[in-house]
Design a protein around this ligand. Structure first.
Ligand SMILES: *Cc1c(COP(=O)(O)O)cnc(C)c1O
Length: 332
C-alpha cells in the first residue's frame, strides 16, 4: 500500500486561524519575574489555561468542526478523550447545534467528566484505558455514522493547535526556545510547525511525565509503540499515540529538538510554583514547562516561552499539592 505523506504547514495553520477567530480566545503571554531571575534570561508564560474550556484543545476542536461539511455536521461527532479534548469538542459542537458523544476511560477525573456532561454531550465511560474508549468510538462510527474527531492525530486538529504557535511568535518574536507539554503530540506538532515555519532557529522542546511517556518511547523505538498507562498528576498527558499514528509521530520526530521527562515530584513542584509565585491554578499537564525549568532539565538559553496548556485540575487535589501533602495516592 502506498504511504501517503501527511504533514501540517504554516499555510494550514494560517487557514485554521481564519476559521476559528472569534470562536477561541487569543490568550496573553506574560513575563515570569521569578523564573526569569532564576534562569538568567527572560521566561514568558503563555497563559493558555485561560482559554475557553480551560485548555488549548478548543483550538483544534473548533477548527476541525468548522472544516466539516453541512452533511457531516448533521451526523454529529464522537471522540475518545482524557477530558480536555472531550470538553472542547462538546463546547464547539454545542455552538454549532451538533450532537457530540465522548468516550472516556475510568481514569478520567470526576471534575472533567462533570464539565463535559454540563456541556450537553453524551458521555460513555468504557474500560481502563484510552484504547478501550477508542473501541467504543469505532463502534459508534461504524454503527451510527458519527464522525470521529480524534484528540491529536488529525490534520485539522494539529493545524488548530498550531494557532497557539502563531500567537507565541507574535507575542515573543525573539523566542529562542518554546517548551510544550507532550502527549499524543497534536499540540507539539502544531506549535512546532508554526514556530519553525516563522523562526527556524527557535528550539521546540516537548515535555512528558516519566510515567507512561508514549511519544518519547515511540521516538526512541523509531516507530509508535504501546506503553502502560499509569495514574499521574499530569493526567491530560496519559494515553498512547496510536500504533497506526499517521501524523504526529512523524511531525514530532522531524520537528522537536528534544523531549524531557519529569517525575511526579517535579510536576507537583511546577503546580506549586505556578500557584505561589505566578498566582495561577494549573493542572499537572500544564505545569510541566515550569517543572522542567525548576528541575534544571531544560538546556535553554535566551528568551524562553512556557506553554501553560490547561487548568482543569481537581481542586481538592490542587489544595493538597500546594499544601505540600503527599501525592502518593495518585501515583501508587
Ligand atoms: C491534551 C493536553 C496536552 C497534550 O496535548 P497533545 O496534543 O496530546 O500532545 C497537554 N496539556 C493539556 C492541558 C492537555 O489537555
Amino acid at each position: 500500500m502506498p504511504v501517503i505523506e501527511m504533514t501540517v504547514e504554516l499555510q494550514h495553520i494560517r487557514a485554521a486561524r481564519e476559521r476559528i477567530t472569534g470562536k477561541v480566545e487569543r490568550t496573553p503571554a506574560v513575563v515570569s519575574q521569578s523564573l526569569s531571575d532564576r534562569a538568567g534570561h527572560p521566561v514568558h508564560l503563555k497563559l493558555e489555561h485561560h482559554q475557553t474550556t480551560g485548555a488549548f484543545k478548543l483550538r483544534g476542536a473548533s477548527n476541525a468542526i468548522a472544516a466539516l461539511s453541512p452533511q457531516e455536521k448533521s451526523r454529529g461527532v464522537v471522540a475518545a478523550s482524557t477530558g480536555n479534548h472531550g470538553r472542547a469538542l462538546s463546547h464547539a459542537a454545542k455552538l454549532e447545534g451538533m450532537r457530540a458523544v465522548i468516550c472516556m476511560s475510568r481514569l478520567v477525573p470526576q471534575n472533567k467528566l462533570d464539565a463535559i456532561r454540563r456541556l450537553g454531550a453524551d458521555v460513555r465511560i468504557v474500560g481502563n484505558s484510552q484504547d478501550d474508549a477508542q473501541q467504543e468510538v469505532d463502534r459508534l462510527v461504524a454503527e451510527e455514522g458519527l464522525i470521529m474527531l480524534p484528540p491529536f492525530d488529525h490534520p485539522d486538529i494539529v493545524a488548530g493547535q498550531g494557532t497557539l504557535g502563531l500567537e507565541i511568535m507574535e507575542q515573543v518574536p525573539d523566542a529562542a526556545a518554546v517548551l510544550v507539554p507532550l502527549s499524543g503530540g497534536g499540540l507539539a506538532s502544531g506549535v512546532a510547525a508554526a514556530v519553525k515555519g516563522l523562526s527556524p532557529s527557535t528550539k521546540v522542546i516537548g515535555i512528558s511525565m516519566a510515567r507512561g511517556a508514549a511519544m518519547k518511547a515511540s521516538l526512541d523505538a523509531g516507530r509508535p509503540v504501546p506503553v502502560e498507562e499509569l495514574p499521574t498528576l499530569a493526567d491530560s498527558l496519559g494515553g498512547g499515540i496510536g500504533l497506526d499514528n499517521r501524523l504526529t509521530f512523524a511531525m514530532c520526530r522531524d520537528l522537536l529538538d528534544d523531549v524531557i521527562l519529569l517525575d511526579e515530584d517535579e510536576i507537583a513542584a511546577g503546580i506549586r510554583h505556578a500557584y505561589e509565585q505566578e498566582r495561577e491554578i494549573i493542572e499537572g499537564a500544564g505545569a510541566v514547562g515550569i517543572g522542567a525549568l525548576l528541575a534544571g532539565k531544560a538546556s535553554v538559553s535566551g528568551p524562553t516561552v512556557l506553554v501553560l496548556s490547561g487548568r482543569n485540575i481537581d481542586m481538592g487535589l490542587h489544595r493538597r499539592i500546594v499544601c505540600g501533602e503527599a501525592i502518593t495516592e495518585r501515583v501508587a
